[in-house]
Design a binder for this molecule. Structure first.
Ligand code: PLP
Length: 847
């Protein structure tokens, strides 16, 4: 083999449409159908061939076609309109500027191992990446000062081909970044940005690229440089490929390299968001910077913590990355000295006692002022998972929050649905998606019009699926008769269920496939047939996932299921969009409670596609009996087989007895009750499960607080961080001396509503001062698991009654029913972000 240099020449664009080049490098185009039209109309075939990558499109489109477009008045009209929209978008006033005019100098840096912005940038594998992409788009829409940091995987996630036997084949191909929507990032002085990251025995060079997503920039890291050895060039080639060593290298590049890259770019974030544990090494680099500047490690940790936000997505402990001590020594041993500690001190930053290793989630958790799960249910599960870190603290008070995921509405809504919203909700409906009451206007859409729009989308989706199957059969040299047959697969008039997601086994794609005879009766019902479309990739190392794909493909070629159960290959954002805009029912069957949130059902709902889902993730938060269907109940199972059997039965029952009859009940050709459900779904789901709502929530609840805390903590050589650290250490060392000496209660003779109980307690605090604690009554309804709906009432300090013994008192006003109360002491500091920032509490034990 010989070496060569590549050059990409972008053809000159006709002057009248020269800004297409700019449009091609701003992913804003991807959620504006008119902007996409500007490419598609020039050459629709090429546009599909390049999988909607506008940069590649402009490289390969024939000059003649561009000339023709530049001379077409109709085209130019759309062009002018789009450019006007783009300029208005980029320069217009935003929500953030309106609400926080004083905070425009803040900057959130959001680190994620994957970003799923658009199919033209395949550096994502699933929900985590899609969420990150949608997060960036809404941050842009809202004008939140925001940058993303990720990795530019040279091979991306793999392409999926299903072979003749029905097995998935994973194909990796190297992307040419010059043909992609990214551009090399440049320093303030204009030079390209290359940083180095230390790995065992060498420094690895990392190049920084950038992707413009509306107003937001995502910076991507890439080691494919000639300065690096062949192995190091491949470090950033595959997403979730390779072994533990590749994994830790990628995480070091993302975390440590990411911080260095921002510094080199002259970018100074004021809040740092770790999206899943993979990115937690940013903490180490930020600590190192501060220690290098002269701070003690403990103060540096406190300062870093103040401005850090951590979102966890994994409800099973085994899903969190853990590296053993030997690996940590090898890869990061050089840091021990640099952050002025020893091996034990370093390990303590993220030590996982149970798994005996360095846990990325622990590292993040220990250094984030704000930690959250991604749905209410997942927040609860996460609290339980980490309850051992907060002994003696009631579950509901553990400082782990939840922010339920959403989707970027404009990205997922079909253009035809968008038109309906403009017509019946508001011409400017996109300017305020998370506002609920305007969505009520969906009831004004005439049933027939909504149904017809849906049917059109369904027709388009079916063609897309037929093409996908055709291509696969053709490539696999299937007999011609069989290939021709697939043009007749699927019908617009048949109830269509979609199931598309990663084939992780907990998502249970097999649920309907275990009882093939019942499935046969369902899909081949003489009057009310059903068809099911599956799509999804299994990780190349996930054998059970691949067997599942094989199983679906085997079933799909059986005579009785042919053309009724189909598998669409190469699930990506494009496939996802087509399916969830065009099916009737979106099926979701995770093993509860393992789906932390799930988002594809939210995308479906934006298109009036009805969810049929296990009550897991986001679904219990909005399911109301009218706006979709729920499978099974909100119960926990100990036995997976029992759970599978019961859920499968519940799903079949629901389909046979409710969903299918409902769908086929027509009045003048329109399934009125079904359409009613579509409207219920549109009225209740999209506004709430939008990333607009979600990013506002992150901003209001975490970003601004973190930014302001970070600033306060780091002023004056981190004086405040040092003080808080000192305070925490002092309390930890002396807390054992906090004791209830006595508790006295005076009760009224008759316990009436509004009567008062007088409570008095004597408490010894040792060397701790009264202002450093809160003494309070915890009062609530008695329930099976203790006190419920608790109210906290601070007790007043009456007097000192001896050396470091203090008397506190208050009275409790009785409420109706059976209540309980107790007393406790906890730390108090106005700079705590949460009352249990320091997980110390002393409960009265002699009540
Ligand atoms: C939305 C989406 C996902 C995530 O879907 P889940 O419901 O969370 O499984 C994964 N992949 C693609 C391509 C998506 O669009």
């Amino acid at each position: 083999m010989y070496s060569y240099r590549t050059v990409s020449v972008i053809p000159e664009l006709p002057e009248a449409i020269h800004r297409l080049k700019e449009l091609a490098r701003n992913l804003w185009f991807s959620w504006h159908p008119k902007a996409e039209l500007l490419f598609c109309r020039v050459d629709a075939v090429l546009w599909e061939e390049v999988n909607h990558n506008p940069v590649k499109f402009l490289l390969y489109v024939e000059g003649e076609k561009l000339q023709r477009a530049a001379g077409d008045p109709e085209y130019l009209e759309v062009y002018r309109q789009v450019m006007w929209d783009l300029d208005r978008y980029m320069q217009g006033r935003t929500w953030y500027q309106e609400v926080y005019p004083e905070q425009t100098d803040q900057l959130v840096a959001y680190f994620s191992a994957e970003f799923g912005v658009h199919e033209s940038n395949p550096v994502y594998s699933g929900g985590l990446g899609l969420l990150a992409g949608d997060h960036c788009k809404s941050a842009s829409d809202l004008g939140v000062p925001f940058v993303g940091v990720g990795i530019l995987y040279k091979q991306g996630y793999f392409c999926q081909r299903v072979n003749r036997e029905g097995w998935q084949e994973a194909r990796y191909s190297f992307m040419d970044f010059n043909e992609m929507t990214v551009t090399p990032a440049s320093q303030p002085d204009g030079g390209s940005v290359i940083i180095t990251v230390r790995l065992p025995g060498r420094d690895v060079y990392v190049k920084v690229w950038q992707l413009q997503v509306g107003r937001v920039v995502i910076y991507f890291l890439d080691t494919d440089l000639t300065q690096n050895s062949r192995e190091d060039q491949l470090l950033t080639s595959k997403l979730y490929g390779g072994d533990q060593d590749t994994r830790i290298c990628q995480e070091i590049i993302l975390g440590i390299g990411g911080v260095k890259a921002l510094r080199k770019l002259g970018i100074s974030p004021t809040a740092w968001h770790i999206n899943e544990g993979h990115a937690a090494f940013i903490v180490l680099e930020r600590i190192r910077e501060l220690v290098e500047g002269g701070l003690p490690l403990s103060t540096a940790r406190e300062a870093v913590r103040a401005s850090t936000i951590f979102t966890t997505h994994t409800p099973v402990p085994a899903g969190h990355d853990v590296f053993n001590t030997e690996m940590m020594d090898r890869y990061l041993g050089y840091l021990y000295e640099q952050i002025k500690t020893d091996r034990d001190g370093f390990m303590a930053l993220g030590w996982d006692q149970g798994r005996q290793g360095f846990n990325m989630t622990k590292l993040a958790l220990n250094h984030a002022a704000f930690t959250n799960g991604v749905s209410q249910l997942h927040g609860e599960v996460t609290k339980k998972m980490f309850a051992h870190l907060y002994p003696a603290i009631p579950l509901e008070e553990i400082p782990i929050y939840s922010v339920t995921n959403g989707v970027h509405t404009e990205t997922w809504v079909a253009p035809e649905m968008r038109d309906l919203f403009e017509k019946y909700i508001d011409p400017d409906w996109v300017d305020n998606i998370s506002e609920p009451h305007r969505w009520k206007r969906v009831y004004n859409i005439p049933d027939g019009e909504l149904w017809e729009t849906h049917q059109n989308l369904k027709g388009r989706m079916i063609k897309f699926v037929q093409n996908n199957i055709y291509r696969r059969m053709d490539r696999n040299f299937q007999p011609l008769e069989l290939i021709r047959e697939c043009a007749g697969y699927l019908s617009k008039n048949v109830l269509t269920i979609g199931f598309a997601r990663r084939f992780a086994t907990y998502k249970r794609a097999y649920l309907l496939l275990k009882d093939k005879d019942r499935l046969d009766r369902l899909v081949n019902h003489p009057d009310r047939p059903v068809q099911i479309i599956y799509a999804g990739k299994a990780h190349p190392a996930d054998r059970p996932g691949q067997e599942l794909i094989k199983m679906i493909n085997d079933i799909s070629v059986e005579e009785r299921f042919r053309g009724k159960i189909v598998f669409v290959e190469d699930y990506d954002i494009n496939v996802s969009r087509h399916l969830l805009q065009g099916v009737d029912v979106w099926l979701n069957t995770p093993r509860r409670p393992l789906e932390a949130s799930g988002t594809s059902g939210q995308k479906a709902a934006v298109n009036g596609v009805i969810n049929c889902s296990i009550l897991d993730g986001w679904w219990p938060e909005v399911y109301n009996g009218e706006n979709g269907f729920a499978v099974g109940t909100e119960r926990d199972y100990q036995n997976e087989e029992v759970q599978d059997r019961e859920d499968a039965n519940a799903l079949f029952d629901l389909l046979e007895q409710v969903i299918v009859p409902y769908y086929y009940r027509r009045v003048e050709g329109v399934p009125r009750e079904w359409v009613r459900r579509m409207k219920d779904c549109l009225a209740t789901i999209p506004w709430k499960f939008s990333t607009e709502r979600m990013v506002k929530e992150y901003t209001q609840r975490f970003y601004l607080k973190a930014a302001l805390r970070g600033k306060a903590f780091s002023a004056d050589q981190c004086r405040l961080a040092g003080e808080i650290q000192g305070f925490k250490r002092f309390l930890l060392e002396n807390w054992h001396q906090v004791n209830f000496r006595s508790v006295q209660v005076q009760q009224p003779a008759v316990m009436r509503e509004n009567a008062e109980i007088f409570v008095q307690a004597e408490i010894s605090l040792g060397p701790i001062q009264p202002q450093d604690v809160v003494v309070e009554v915890v009062y609530g309804k008695v329930s099976d698991h203790g006190l419920d709906k608790v109210v906290l009432m601070p007790m007043n300090l009456h007097q000192a009654v001896g050396e470091s013994v203090y008397q506190y008192a208050t009275s409790i006003v009785l409420i109706r029913g059976t209540s309980g109360y107790t007393l406790r002491v906890r730390p108090n500091n106005e700079n705590f972000v949460h009352q249990f920032e320091l997980p110390l509490v002393k409960w009265a034990d002699n009540l």
